[in-house]
Design a binder for this molecule. Structure first.
Ligand SMILES: Cc1cc2nc3c(=O)[nH]c(=O)nc-3n(C[C@H](O)[C@H](O)[C@H](O)COP(=O)(O)OP(=O)(O)OC[C@H]3O[C@@H](n4cnc5c(N)ncnc54)[C@H](O)[C@@H]3O)c2cc1C
Length: 438
């Protein structure tokens, strides 16, 4: 309930921030209208610019604001609302040009005043930013480079948009209305300073020390970290952290990983990381005693947010990590509720954390169903994909009362969500974690 009230508060604040500049600009003395289409075009332009400014707030990872939703949902919202903002911003000149073809010559930089060039520049930067984000994987753009350019283009686009608004002047006809846009620009600048300087400085002052690096099945490694000279943080099992290794936090080279340890374990935290790309393939070379930086906790994928008489966990591959954190926590809390884990992986040999799961079965009311994609000779358990029929075979009789937590490859998650729905499970009881924020 607490999260619902806080969620409503933050949604209200978001709407206020986006709409306020529009209404304030129309306050007394309101400039006379210039016809419906022109006014609509200007309203869309203002709303689009305000939405662009609020994107800086959305992606600054303010813990209080993101906690009710989970940062992954905020990023999802950011991606979707950015498309709406682009639509508004594109509609702004299009409506003006359609309504008054006499404006077309002003598109030529030699004729147009600087504030108009700034508007065009802002639009082009925004289109480049959104295009690169939508097709980053298809174009093979490296994540780190994309992230840097995303920030640069966002700052350029917003700065040019604000210059455009102030230069045009018609709707900012009073000094205090001018001041409002200066304030918006300053707020965004402060947020960038917070993200690039203040937050990294905080992380630098609260380092972690690697105490163990252990190889796991399935090309994975478990890192154990201890807070160095501070108390660490508390978290809900299933949440994740941004981990920085080999760099200072100022480099902004952090990667998201679920916390693998029990939320009841206060002295240390653990991550289990699968080798995949540039960063994760180096995990095995981490040295015990090395420093690390951890920005946490984030995410809303947790049993602590669900009051259920029992849980069904469904994991694919490395998606086992947030689930093992929840199982470890339940074991430490001596929880006796019935639990089912359906865990799919390619082979018996590659089943990451298999031995840990077997040990947890001794401490919990936990039924584990392994599903192998490439079973070895003599395997008598489940094989193949996590189909509706397979799930139906293993869901407990009280299946409609339980909560379901799924983590794994994105196509698997979508297929399992559809299968659970086909098994009569309410969508409200299905919770998924995607290892893919961007
Ligand atoms: C909430 C969450 C929890 C996760 N938990 C785990 C876990 O417990 N164990 C595990 O092995 N993996 C986990 N991942 C996945 C892990 O973050 C990526 O595999 C890792 O960042 C890939 O980096 P790379 O340079 O090795 O691979 P690359 O080949 O460079 O990247 C592969 C893809 O990972 C994403 N990615 C890369 N770098 C970043 C970054 N800095 N920030 C965000 N996304 C990035 C991009 O979509 C990229 O296309 C999690 C991801 C998320 C979003």
């Amino acid at each position: 309930m607490n999260y619902i009230v806080r969620g409503i508060f933050w949604i209200g604040l978001y709407l206020l921030l986006v709409l306020a500049p529009l209404f304030v600009l129309l306050l007394v003395p309101a400039p006379p209208g210039t016809g419906f289409v022109n006014d609509l075009s200007l309203a869309l332009g203002f709303a689009g610019a305000a939405m662009m400014a609020v994107m800086f707030v959305l992606t600054a990872r303010f813990k209080r604001a993101t906690a009710p939703f989970g940062i992954d949902l905020i990023y999802y919202f950011h991606r979707q609302i950015a498309l709406v903002a682009v639509l508004f911003v594109v509609a702004h000149p299009v409506l003006l040009l359609v309504n008054d073809p006499g404006l077309w010559p002003y598109l030529h930089p030699a004729v147009s005043p600087l504030y108009l060039d700034a508007g065009i520049g802002s639009l082009l930067a925004l289109l480049a930013l959104v295009g690169a984000s939508l097709w980053r994987k298809r174009f093979g753009i490296h994540y780190d480079g994309w992230r840097l350019w995303h920030l640069i283009l966002a700052i350029v686009s917003l700065a040019l948009a604000i210059y455009h608004v102030r230069g045009f002047g018609y709707y900012v006809n009073m000094p205090w209305k001018h001041g409002l846009w200066t304030l918006i620009a300053l707020s965004c600048l402060l947020i960038v300073l917070y993200v690039r300087l203040l937050k990294p400085a905080q992380l630098l002052r609260h380092p972690y020390r690697v105490t163990a690096v252990e190889q796991e099945r399935g090309d994975a490694w478990t890192l154990t970290l201890r807070p160095e000279g501070h108390a660490g943080f508390t978290f809900e099992p299933g949440q994740f952290a941004w981990l920085t290794l080999w760099h200072s936090p100022f480099a902004l080279k952090e990667h998201p990983f679920s916390l693998a340890s029990s939320a009841e374990e206060r002295q240390q935290i653990r991550f289990t990381i699968k080798e995949l790309g540039d960063f994760t393939r180096r995990i095995g070379t981490v040295q015990p005693d090395q420093l690390a930086y951890v920005d946490a906790p984030y995410g809303a994928f947790s049993i602590d947010r669900l009051q259920a008489p029992g849980y069904v966990f469904i994991a694919g591959g490395i998606g086992i990590v947030p689930i093992i954190s929840m199982l470890r926590t339940l074991a430490d809390r001596r929880d006796r509720r019935p639990l089912t884990l359906i865990y799919g992986y390619s082979s018996w040999e590659r089943l990451t954390l298999r031995e840990d799961l077997e040990a947890l079965q001794q401490r919990l009311q936990l039924k584990v169903v392994y599903v192998l994609g490439e079973p070895h000779a003599g395997w008598t358990g489940e094989t193949g994909m996590l189909t509706t029929e397979l799930l139906a075979r293993h869901l407990p009789p009280e299946k409609t009362e339980l909560d379901y937590l799924i983590c794994g490859p994105v196509p698997m998650i979508h297929a399992v969500e559809r299968s659970l729905s086909a098994c009569g499970i309410s969508l409200m009881k299905i919770h998924s974690e995607l290892f893919d924020l961007v």
